[in-house]
Design a protein around this ligand. Sequence first.
Ligand SMILES: Cc1cc2nc3c(=O)[nH]c(=O)nc-3n(C[C@H](O)[C@H](O)[C@H](O)COP(=O)(O)O)c2cc1C
Length: 218
Amino acid sequence: MGTAKRQPWVVGVSGASGTPYAASVIRALLAAGEAVDLVVSRAARLTILDETGISFRDAHWRTDLAAWLGTDAGELDDVRYWSAGDFAAGPSSGSYPAKGMLVVPATTGAVAGIALGLSKDLLQRVASVTLKERRPLVVCVREAPLNGVTLKHLVELDAQGAVVLPASPGFYAGGSTVRELVDFVAGRVLDAVGVPHTLYRRWEGELGAAARDAAPPE
Ligand SMILES: Cc1cc2nc3c(=O)[nH]c(=O)nc-3n(C[C@H](O)[C@H](O)[C@H](O)COP(=O)(O)O)c2cc1C
């Protein structure tokens, strides 16, 4: 028997505010022993720069990703990176053995492009491939407020089988730091595709637990 076939999750990072959500999802996938194929849209370079100070470069993606995740480049052996303009990339074909795709965070533009099947870049192409192959697709949209056309696109994505998961942290898990609230959203993204994690404390029917476990006010 040969070695087991690599079956990655594709993580698509588009240019919405919320790059910490993407970092948390990638870290948790790797911690769960999952392989990751990463696609970063052109606009996401601006949000990564704005929110982390890192200039994300195709040619130096491993170094830049390590800085973004706060990890060692040597711990990224299970990550493969594809340039957003590379329509010849592996995951752009349904025959590539991806498990599914997580778009985190998703812009309203990415939501539109995926809902309408535009495939304007690799991220949108892989999302369309994921839908046509009936693989799991999670779209973690980040915008507020939402206009009517985006709401229609989100309903269309739901109809096509995607999980629409707004970047909307819950407070019932007792989180009070930004990191805990970010990890809550990332944890719900992983829940949607059945990847185990310990990113947030699950609801167990105990009213008042959130207030009890919250950090005292400063
Ligand atoms: C700093 C910054 C923050 C942004 N935040 C959002 C956002 O939260 N949601 C959104 O839909 N677009 C946001 N945008 C606009 C998108 O980046 C823009 O519409 C872009 O065309 C999306 O392209 P993409 O879907 O290929 O990444 C932001 C842009 C910048 C520069």
